[in-house]
Design a protein around this ligand. Structure first.
Ligand code: IPE
Ligand code: IPE
Ligand code: MG
Length: 240
């Protein structure tokens, strides 16, 4: 059934792109752009609940981003740890529940410990559900889910004939999340770069030329207002 065209997006997902170009344009190292980007994350996370967003999912590091220089990769990993450490109290105080999606097995023990810790510490919160995708790739996620279901089937605990969309969706990292209604990508690139391919099958997309370090809550509000005018049909027909 088509939804009310005025329904605000419940779940917004963001591909935060353009940190490197933002820094390079100023003659600064790429990591300065990432640091600036992290400041933006703080600001958007703070603004999101007041804009009516209940679920916010942000793409911080893809399974493909390991191709970057060791310096950049290590710098990003250090930034993730620092963000969790520095923002933990604020998230708890603002009732933000933090989760992570992606394959954690390749991350170092200290970062994984911080991720597990903040997930446990904020598990009772519900004002905003903030999910950060780290070492996340949609194809990798589907492969891991297929492997888990196959293992269940091989052990005789799952009848392959019963594997349906709900079963596969429930085996993904996002099992606890609703599907995103709106996916935003900054920096002018009009691709999805392996972000939530299953979950965003019916999402609306918005691409803005703004580089992530320049993305403001005001621009987010304008995008949300535009979303409110879109007609979501989900394959159906909207009656006059
Ligand atoms: C997005 O900014 C952040 C990550 C992918 C970690 P980029 O680092 O991709 O910035 P550009 O695309 O090079 O400008
Ligand atoms: C997508 O950005 C990944 C993140 C924002 C974390 P990239 O900059 O890695 O994507 P491509 O390489 O332009 O597709
Ligand atoms: Mg990029």
């Amino acid at each position: 059934m088509p939804s009310d065209t005025r329904t605000p997006p419940q779940h917004v997902a963001i591909i935060m792109d353009g940190n490197g170009r933002w820094a390079t344009a100023r003659g600064w190292p790429r990591l300065v752009g990432h640091r600036k980007g992290a400041e933006r994350v703080k600001q958007i996370v703070t603004a999101a609940p007041d804009l009516g967003i209940k679920w916010l999912t942000i793409y911080a590091f893809s399974t493909e981003n390991w191709k970057r220089s060791t310096e950049e990769v290590l710098g990003l990993m250090a930034l993730f740890s620092r963000y969790i450490e520095r923002e933990a109290d604020r998230m708890a105080a603002n009732s933000v529940r933090m989760r992570f999606i992606g394959d954690r097995t390749r991350l170092d023990d200290r970062l994984r410990g911080l991720m597990d810790g903040i997930e446990a510490r904020t598990a009772q919160h519900s004002r905003l559900n903030l999910t950060v995708a780290i070492n996340y790739g949609g194809r990798d996620e589907i492969v891991r889910a297929a492997r888990a279901l196959a293992a269940e089937a091989a052990a005789g605990r799952l009848d392959p004939a019963r594997i349906d969309e709900a079963a596969l969706g429930g085996a993904l990292d996002t099992a606890a999340l609703p599907d995103p209604d709106l996916v935003i990508r900054t920096s002018g690139e009009t691709r999805t770069s392996n972000f939530l391919p299953w979950q965003a099958a019916y999402a609306e997309y918005e691409f803005t030329p703004t580089l992530w370090p320049d993305f403001t809550p005001e621009e987010l509000a304008a995008i949300l207002a535009r979303f409110g005018t879109r007609e979501r049909r989900f394959g159906g027909v909207v009656s006059a």
